[in-house]
Design a protein around this ligand. Structure first.
Ligand SMILES: NC(=O)C1=CN([C@@H]2O[C@H](COP(=O)(O)OP(=O)(O)OC[C@H]3O[C@@H](n4cnc5c(N)ncnc54)[C@H](O)[C@@H]3O)[C@@H](O)[C@H]2O)C=CC1
Ligand SMILES: O=C(CO)[C@H](O)[C@H](O)COP(=O)(O)O
Length: 297
């Protein structure tokens, strides 16, 4: 199939190559023209505007959008005037499912199908076989399914149903990801503070062989320690992009207890601060009521 690919960053560049390895034709666009040129060297057709991208595709056009979630609306606004009834937009980044439902409704007014696809597996998945969770019209799904089948690992895609369901699943997936990573991190912190002198790469390796906690995340743990035995080269600052927060907000709305995911989110926020005002207040209060020692700046 011929696919317009918008967004050629860490995910898009890999996905574009994956698509071409599976004999799909790719028309590639990014604000960063160097990325477009990189895709061209891999054999893609380059586009230097969304108008040019749309003009290079035949109806029903299929446009795969792989940009950060804050850029999705500007892409859609600029792209929509160049699309026709029956065209299909697949938004495969990490967007909030409610925004995806709004986008589905907005594009539907123009007769354009909008599919929300959650993508998992990171850059390696995008390049060699991803995992997808997809929502949107079944009519459009029947057209685009081969693209997902070709670029996913075996059994690595699910058409989940109506608009929003793909990004809803990806939101919860990422919430789980937060909790699992936090548990791995905490376990290694206990090891680090213990009286033993463990080789963390070897620990992760043995845990990857037959243990209950063997997993891709543990394999990545092993890989990270193989590069930097004590992770001395990096700070323990944990950024976040939103999906963990959305999962917790959704759980709150549903009055559902998700303490593991919520705590892992809060620990990410905590990691952004060198010191905390909370800590100062508690230390000051202990000092006020009990004369307990405080540490001075
Ligand atoms: N990196 C990862 O492991 C994963 C990322 N995602 C999601 O996929 C999406 C893309 O992520 P990455 O590739 O990691 O981001 P990235 O920041 O590496 O790449 C984004 C690309 O989009 C381009 N871009 C931004 N605004 C644009 C616009 N208006 N028109 C055209 N191109 C534009 C940028 O120039 C950049 O090349 C995000 O929603 C992200 O959350 C999903 C799964 C895994
Ligand atoms: O979706 C992903 C993996 O599944 C992306 O890597 C995402 O950026 C991870 O979330 P966060 O940036 O909040 O850690």
């Amino acid at each position: 199939m011929k696919i317009g690919l918008v967004g050629l960053g860490k995910m898009g560049l890999n996905l574009g190559q994956n698509l071409m390895d599976h004999k799909h034709e790719v028309v590639a666009f990014d604000l960063n023209t160097d990325a477009v040129k990189q895709m061209q060297t891999y054999g893609a057709q380059g586009a230097f505007s969304l108008e040019q991208l749309a003009a290079s595709l035949e109806s029903p056009r299929i446009v795969w959008v792989m940009v950060p979630h804050f850029a999705v609306d500007s892409v859609l606004e600029e792209l929509l005037p160049h699309l026709d009834q029956g065209d299909i937009v697949i938004e495969a980044g990490n967007s909030h499912y409610k925004e995806s439902i709004d986008r589905y409704n907005r594009l539907k007014e123009a007769g354009v199908h909008f599919m929300d696809a959650g993508t998992s597996g990171g850059m390696e998945g995008a390049r060699h076989g991803a995992c997808y969770m997809i929502g949107g019209d079944e009519e459009a799904w029947n057209i685009v399914e081969p693209i997902f089948r070709d670029t996913a690992v075996e059994n690595g895609y699910l058409y989940a149903g109506k608009a929003g369901s793909g990004h809803y699943l990806k939101m919860v997936h990422n919430g789980i990801e937060y909790g699992m990573m936090a548990a791995i991190g905490e376990g290694f912190e206990v090891l680090e503070k213990s009286a033993f002198d463990f080789d963390y790469e070897k620990v992760a390796r043995v845990w990857n062989n037959g243990s209950v906690i063997r997993s891709w995340l543990m394999e990545l743990t092993e890989r990270a320690f193989s590069k930097d035995a004590k992770l001395d080269e990096i700070k323990g600052i944990m950024h976040s992009s939103g999906e963990g927060k959305w999962t917790v907000e959704e759980a709150m709305d549903l009055q559902t207890a998700t303490p593991v995911i919520a705590m892992s989110l809060l620990m990410r926020y905590r990691s952004m601060d060198q010191d905390t005002f909370t800590g100062k207040v508690v230390a000051a209060l202990r000092n006020e009521f009990g004369g307990h020692a405080v540490e001075k700046n």
